[in-house]
Write a protein that binds this ligand. Structure first.
Ligand code: HEM
Length: 114
């Protein structure tokens, strides 16, 4: 039963973060191309990026990247080694703890950054 619980949670979050990363990548390339329309456009985008909504979005992005990357490594390890497959639950908790800690530290530093 616990396997379904952790497995389901990680599975859903992996899908959400994977799709969110693709959406971000598309937006990022689109905004970068518009930034090059001149100094005024560049400054406008920078002002927007510095605002609280974008800052919060970037911190959420950090959380998504951290979870997706670490959970992705857990999935790959589980595919290739019986050792990781047997310790799936423990590894899932290590992913939550590591991603969570790095998210809190990184988010704190990013929120305060100039
Ligand atoms: C260290 C970096 C990354 C690792 C280790 C990783 C690992 C993985 C793995 C193992 C899967 C398959 C999950 C499954 O079998 O259910 C996956 C799915 C996916 N990844 Fe990544 N990934 C990484 C970075 C990225 C990035 C940068 C993006 C987007 C720009 C991305 C987008 C996706 C998407 C859209 C899926 C499909 C979602 C799903 O069906 O679960 N990933 N990733």
């Amino acid at each position: 039963m616990y396997k379904i619980k952790e497995g389901m949670f990680s599975w859903i979050l992996h899908k959400i973060t994977g799709i969110a990363l693709v959406v971000f990548l598309i937006f990022h390339i689109w905004s970068m191309s518009h930034m090059q329309e001149g100094p005024e456009a560049f400054n406008r985008w920078i002002e927007l990026y510095k605002g609280p909504y974008f800052r919060a979005g970037e911190i959420l992005l950090l959380g998504g990247v951290l979870f997706h990357a670490l959970n992705g490594m857990r999935l790959i390890l589980g595919e290739f080694t019986a050792w990781a497959m047997k310790r799936n639950k423990l590894l899932a908790y290590i992913v939550y703890a590591t991603a969570g800690a790095l998210f809190i530290i990184g988010g704190y530093l990013m929120w305060g950054a100039e």
